[in-house]
Ligand binder design. Structure first.
Ligand code: PRP
Length: 540
């Protein structure tokens, strides 16, 4: 029976939803045909080497009858680059467009789909800024055609972070670490590094949060740097253009944005839809696109249009636009719940409805601004990554086992525990025979033992892991310990410490733009109380 069912992560499309999707595709192709774009369709199956520079690891792999490594395409831009490298007519500006499906392996059984339809344009051969303007114009034109009025254009640039970091004196390692922390909006890592750099400019103190109004403030203050001014001038040109031709569209900057793909080289333009908390379009300049295929470089600007976003917007009831959604806080039940609640309260969120939860799982704050949902700790990330939750409070033990498609913003330094290898007293960690390790954390365990150069048999348990060696199900365990009581009472000894565990604040990426003012206030408050940890109210 199960063989005749859908594979996890896939779906059939039929009826009204499919008709609407077809209508969207028709509007896109008709409009672009009229604008003299050339349609291109590339195969679903490509050689693996086409995607060498692709940084997503979740590609579906196939083999043909002679053992050639093939993939289901995870992206449509790189196949177009492959096409151009082989079929390029010299010194000609080419305007291409595509509509097609891409495939990406999603987190297993997460409810995320692994096939999605993408549409996009590629303006090839134009090195001038006209290409950026034309690309943005085309996308905003589509927004108008699809009746989506509330677009916020968010501008960034692939060169921005490097340009600013170059101005500051620091080692290559510090520069690399800072860039990573800024792009991931990891405030804890950013703060730690920032403190090691003398004279770090006050203006950039909250760099990972420098988007929206704060981003604009910082931008004006950095104009004195010539290389930064060049980038800012480009943003201003784009903003002026938008204001002139699309007066309802707002424009802002993100000074902490990462490049959507490593091949980006210049301006990045995204269209955000606040009521959905997701993007309508995204793209920019990538002059290094062809490097993977031939020696010569070729200027290019490309934009992808998210057909799912258009569909979502079309299928929304008109009243959904006006009602302001509450901010959804996803809380893990159990070990860290009490402390998480205390922290949210200290950060200014009225958590009083959570005081007597009984069997209820969903609560609203008295002011209606927040909604709390209580879930199993291992499900917190799922709710965020599926676009339901906005803020999550979760242990780094849980995070270590799952894909991360959100911002890991703050280590709250509460709920502290340690990952350890533990076993009965006669165990020998350095013995050569293959060990059987019981754990709730197979990823952490695999990483730990492969770093030691050891291949172990992992036995996944859902709880009471200590029973593993006591019943001879396993030789040892990898588990977290807080007080050490459980280990002691079960006569288990710690053989090695694997990593520290603590509670983290995570935020869905779209939520940061959607609820900027409120979320920045909460984060700022949390940072202040973290700084005053000696405060007796701070949960340990
Ligand atoms: C965790 C962990 C240990 C215990 C350690 O279990 O798996 O069993 O806490 O804490 P201690 O060092 O303070 O004694 P949890 O309470 O999550 O229950 P479970 O093992 O049944 O999942």
């Amino acid at each position: 029976m199960s063989e005749k069912m859908l594979a996890a992560g896939s779906r059939d499309e039929f009826g009204e939803r499919l008709v609407q999707k077809q209508q969207i595709s028709q509007i896109i192709s008709q409009t672009l045909n009229e604008k003299d774009f050339t349609a291109i369709s590339t195969p679903l199956i490509e050689r693996e080497s086409t995607f060498e520079q692709y940084h997503r690891r979740n590609i579906f792999h196939l083999y043909d009858q002679i053992g050639e490594n093939l993939v289901l395409r995870p992206d449509l831009t790189l196949p177009i680059a492959r096409f151009l490298a082989a079929n390029r007519r010299q010194s000609q500006v080419t305007q291409l467009y595509y509509i097609g499906d891409v495939f990406r392996q999603t987190d297993h059984l997460s409810g995320a789909y692994n096939q999605e339809t993408q549409a996009g344009i590629e303006l090839i051969g134009d090195a001038t800024f006209n290409a950026e303007m034309q690309a943005l114009d085309t996308m905003l034109n589509f927004a108008e055609q699809f009746g989506i009025a509330e677009v916020q254009v968010v501008l960034s640039d692939a060169r921005w972070i490097d340009t600013i970091l170059k101005q500051l004196t620091m080692s290559e390692q510090q520069r690399h670490g800072l860039k990573e922390a800024i792009e991931a909006k990891n405030l804890t890592a950013f703060e730690k590094l920032r403190e090691t750099i003398p004279d770090f400019p006050e203006t950039l103190k909250r760099w990972p949060l420098a988007f929206g109004e704060d981003g604009e403030d910082v931008m004006w203050q950095l104009q004195y740097i010539p290389a930064a001014k060049k980038i800012i001038d480009n943003w201003l040109r784009l903003a002026e253009f938008v204001h002139q031709y699309y007066p309802e569209v707002t424009v802002t900057v993100d000074l902490a944005a990462s490049s959507p793909q490593p091949y980006y080289t210049g301006a990045i333009m995204r269209g955000f839809i606040p009521s959905l908390g997701r993007y309508l379009f995204s793209g920019g300049r990538y002059d290094r696109l062809l490097e993977n295929f031939q020696n010569e470089t070729l200027p290019a600007v490309g934009m992808g249009l998210d057909i799912e976003t258009i569909l979502k917007k079309w299928r929304m009831a008109p009243t959904d636009d006006i009602t302001r959604e509450p901010i959804i806080v996803v809380l893990g039940k159990g070990r860290i719940a009490k402390d998480a609640q205390k922290l949210l309260k200290l950060a200014g969120i009225d958590t009083s409805p959570l005081d007597k939860p009984e069997r209820k799982l969903i609560f609203s704050s008295p002011d209606g601004v927040y909604r709390f949902i209580l879930v199993k700790p291992t499900d917190v990330i799922k709710y965020l990554d599926r676009g339901i939750g906005d803020i999550g409070i979760v242990g780094s033990d849980t995070m270590a086992e799952q894909d991360q498609n959100h911002y890991d913003m703050l280590d709250l330094e509460t709920g502290q525990a340690t990952f350890v290898v533990a076993a009965p007293p006669k165990f020998n960690l350095n013995a050569t025979q293959r060990k059987r390790i019981a754990t709730k954390y197979p990823t952490v365990t695999t990483q730990y033992f492969s770093k030691r150069g050891e291949d172990v048999e992992i036995i996944k348990l859902e709880g009471s892991v200590e029973l593993g060696p006591l019943t001879n199900l396993s030789d040892a365990i990898v588990d977290i310990t807080e007080t050490g009581n459980t280990l002691r009472e079960n006569n288990l000894v710690i053989y090695d410490k694997v990593a520290k565990v603590s509670t983290h604040l995570i935020i869905r990426s779209g939520a940061l733009l959607q609820f900027q003012t409120e979320l920045k206030r909460v984060i700022e408050n949390m940072m202040t109380i973290l700084g005053e940890k000696q405060n007796e109210n701070y949960p340990k």
